[in-house]
Design a protein around this ligand. Structure first.
Ligand code: NAD
Ligand code: UDP
Length: 310
């Protein structure tokens, strides 16, 4: 039985990952400071004797004997990561240093949850791993984007300098049950607005694109990446099917049978105009590709939100 550390384990993605790792017979330690995650996300796992939930901030060192580390701790929605931008940078940078130091000491494999945001507002489309990105280093998204870019640099250098067995994945927009209803991300916003027959708030003219991945596909990709030998990444993990934000709004209205109307609001600063992963590398190295179409994933996500609102 492996002992696996998941930082950010009480968050949206972390909770799904912990559940899956336990189902596969591992012992799991979830670390979380509960900034954007919560005990409710993992309450169903607390009875499992092989699951430990620890309140801990990754900006502080952590000591445990573990075989693998998944480093997910970091607020991911713009509302949360912009609430305290300095803390967001500290979480990405000091969190990476502390977890890499732990990995080095106990010789654990360590996976970093990086992001498509390292490509910024990309002028290469679709985004391929060799593209260096177009990030505004002083814009409102920079605390997140640059923190994650610095974490990637730390990972690569711990690998080169100290032989730490690293894995870097760049995650594209992911959605599913246990997203927070109020964290401002587009899928949760639109579903909650539609279920409450409120206006659907499309920012800008809605022609900007995103490619949405269901959380189960991402967890598959994470596990496949951890299993690889002699491959550090970075590798894109996302669903290449690209939608405009307006198309998403229309789809959510149709699927919920909502009376909501679409309204247009100002586009936030530095909002990327397009995003689509190139996943040839993931197919080749991980034997992975996403399986869940948007309609199917949205159906499950809408069902979840129906249980927590109204
Ligand atoms: P989330 O906010 O639900 O999860 C992040 C978790 O980290 C939360 O439980 C939060 O409380 C915890 N956390 C934050 N700061 C911490 C700290 N200093 N110490 C300990 N715990 C801390 O977000 P998520 O969508 O589950 O994202 C998980 C990871 O995946 C993040 O690293 C994020 O950057 C990355 N990611 C997510 C997406 C996406 O679309 N959801 C896309 C790209 C990358
Ligand atoms: N968005 C929107 N209405 C909302 C929330 C978001 O039109 O109520 C847009 C946002 O401007 C962006 C896209 O949806 O263009 C995705 O936003 P999200 O915050 O989910 O992800 P990110 O921008 O970080 O990819």
């Amino acid at each position: 039985m492996k002992t696996i550390l998941v930082t950010g384990g009480a968050g949206f993605i972390g909770s799904h990952l912990c559940e899956r790792l336990l189902n596969e017979g591992n012992s799991v330690i979830a670390l979380d400071n509960f900034f954007s995650g919560s005990k409710e996300n993992v309450v169903h796992l607390l009875q499992n004797p092989y699951f430990e939930l620890v309140r801990h901030d990754v900006t502080m060192p952590f000591f445990a004997e573990v075989d693998e580390i998944y480093n997910l701790a970091c607020p991911a929605s713009p509302i949360h990561y912009q609430y305290n931008p300095i803390k967001t940078i500290k979480t990405s940078v000091m969190g990476a240093i502390n977890m890499l130091g732990l990995a080095k000491r106990v010789k654990a494999k360590i996976l970093q949850a990086s992001t498509s945001e390292v490509y910024g507002d990309p002028d290469v489309h679709p985004q391929v791993e060799s593209y260096w990105g177009n990030v505004n280093p002083i814009g409102i998204r920079s605390c997140y984007d640059e923190g994650k870019r610095c974490a990637e640099s730390l990972f690569v250098n711990y690998n080169h300098q100290n032989n730490v067995d690293i894995k870097v994945i760049r995650i594209f927009n992911t959605y599913g049950p246990r997203m927070l209803p109020n964290d401002g991300r587009v899928v949760s916003n639109f579903i909650v607005q539609a279920l409450q027959n409120q206006n659907i708030t499309v920012y800008g003219d809605g022609s900007q694109t995103r490619s949405f991945q269901f959380v189960d596909d991402l967890v598959d990709g994470m596990l496949q990446m951890m299993k690889t030998e002699n491959f550090t990444g970075p590798v894109n993990i996302g669903n290449p099917r690209e939608f405009t934000i307006l198309e998403l709004a229309e789809m959510v209205i149709k699927m919920t049978g909502s009376k909501s109307k679409i309204v247009f609001e100002p586009l936030p600063q530095d909002d990327p105009t397009q995003r689509q992963p190139e996943i040839t590398l993931a197919k080749e190295k991980l034997d992975w590709e996403p399986k869940v179409p948007l309609e199917e994933g949205l159906k499950k996500t809408i069902a979840y939100f129906k249980t927590i609102i109204n």
